[in-house]
Design a protein around this ligand. Structure first.
Ligand SMILES: [Fe+2]
Ligand SMILES: [Fe+2]
Length: 406
């Protein structure tokens, strides 16, 4: 088994780290990659304004989640748990004891690689692990690496691989922190990490969460969900805007509602219930135990209370799961966009997509009926508002039987 070990302060984890991690998994053929945020690095003091270790751990977890390789990528708090200064040689010894058969590969950037012989116990490090160094740009590629590689091999019998990360937008963590303090630099970060920074005011950011522009709003939303959900949220945004254009609704409101619609999707039942309590959302008996029905309500509350969205956006998010009687155009748009966005794939999605642009009420009725049918087949309780949505549309002359007219 080949295990990659990628340590560092990750202060903050940025696109350079992500590219290095991805390249290492691919080029070294790693079976496992351990991302290990350091508590106190032995070679430098943490700069001022560095967020607490737990925040860096949370950000590294978002980066790991974004790699979408849960079998391979793991975040370890090994060094955060350890008392006192953290030495790479100790970490490697600990990992060697845990995985005695594994081939350990220590991953690092150019600066680290060039100073490796000055670390604590370099001979022990290089006995326990092979080294993979990444150049950030072409300039610090082979020319800079070659001498150090030869030196380490000659002196310590080290096994060294060096690679250049092509086409990478280059930024140092120091520069990035300075940019963040000026409310810039988002382009160097994964949106989910940037969102986490903004929402928690890390690195001196002072984002006014109630007046975020679209990229910042997306970043905050993506920081609140599992990264596998992000394509669905992006698809819903795209579809909602298209539907808003078709049906003359406010494009910006449709977009913002779509960006935030699933932001509380991954909260467990207990925090969902706590949010409902906090924001005075009354729940019926079914809702109190059906966590799936709660994220639309709590998402709406967060959209309004945290991000300052208007009532139209609140309502669209609030009703996006169950629907209800007599919906507004924006509510219909979000309900349908969520249902038919480009990543959705189920029997009948093409018909529903076509209908959504021909007759929005018929599409809504078809969506609601499809949901009811699916719930019946799976013997799941159907929300009363969903039934009311169907009945209201039918009693207003809407019908989806082939060939019939509204
Ligand atoms: Fe949802
Ligand atoms: Fe959704």
């Amino acid at each position: 088994m080949k295990i990659g070990i990628y340590g560092g302060t990750f202060n903050p984890p940025h696109l350079g780290h992500l590219a290095a991690a991805r390249t290492a998994v691919e080029k070294l053929g790693l079976d496992k990659l351990l991302l290990i945020p350091a508590a106190i690095p032995p070679h430098k003091e943490l700069p001022q304004g560095t967020p607490p270790a737990q925040e860096r751990l949370a950000m590294v977890e978002k980066m790991a989640d974004a790699m979408r390789m849960p079998q391979v990528v793991e975040v370890s708090d090994l060094e955060l748990e350890r008392e006192g200064k953290s030495y790479t040689s100790d970490t490697l010894a600990q990992l060697h004891a845990r995985y005695p058969e594994a081939e350990l590969w220590l991953l690092m950037g150019t600066d680290m690689f060039l100073s490796l012989h000055q670390w604590h116990e370099p001979e022990r490090i290089l006995e326990l692990a092979s080294v993979c160094a990444f150049g950030r740009t072409e300039q610090d590629g082979e020319a800079v690496f070659a001498a150090q590689r030869e030196y380490l091999t000659r002196t310590f019998g080290a096994k060294v691989e060096t690679m250049t990360l092509d086409g990478l937008v280059d930024v140092s963590s120091t520069r990035l922190r300075a940019l963040l303090a000026e409310d810039r630099g988002g382009e160097y970060l994964l949106p989910a990490v940037y969102g986490h920074i903004l929402m928690n005011g890390l690195y001196g950011t002072r984002a006014d969460l109630k007046h975020l522009d679209l990229p910042e709003l997306r970043a905050c939303s993506y920081s609140m969900v599992r990264q596998k959900r992000v394509p669905h949220i992006m698809g819903t945004e795209e579809e909602a805007v298209r539907l808003a254009r078709r049906w003359g609704a406010d494009e910006t409101l449709a977009r913002r509602a779509a960006i935030l619609h699933d932001c509380t999707k991954y909260l467990e039942l207990e925090p969902q219930l706590a949010l409902c309590e906090q924001y005075g959302v009354e729940l019926d008996e079914l809702e109190q135990r059906a966590v799936k029905l709660l994220h639309s309500k709590t998402g709406a509350c967060i959209a309004r209370a945290v991000f300052g969205e208007p009532d139209e956006v609140y309502d669209a998010i609030f009703w996006h799961t169950t629907a209800k009687e007599n919906m507004t155009v924006l509510e219909k748009i979000l309900y349908l966009a969520d249902y038919i966005e480009p990543n959705r794939d189920f029997d009948g999605v093409e018909r529903l997509r076509a209908l959504a642009y021909e007759d929005i009420d018929k599409a809504l009725l078809l969506g609601v009926e499809t949901t009811i049918q699916e719930m019946e087949e799976r013997k799941l309780p159907i929300h009363k508002k969903t039934l009311m949505a169907r009945d209201w549309l039918r009693s207003h002359g809407v019908s989806v039987t082939e060939g019939s007219d509204k």
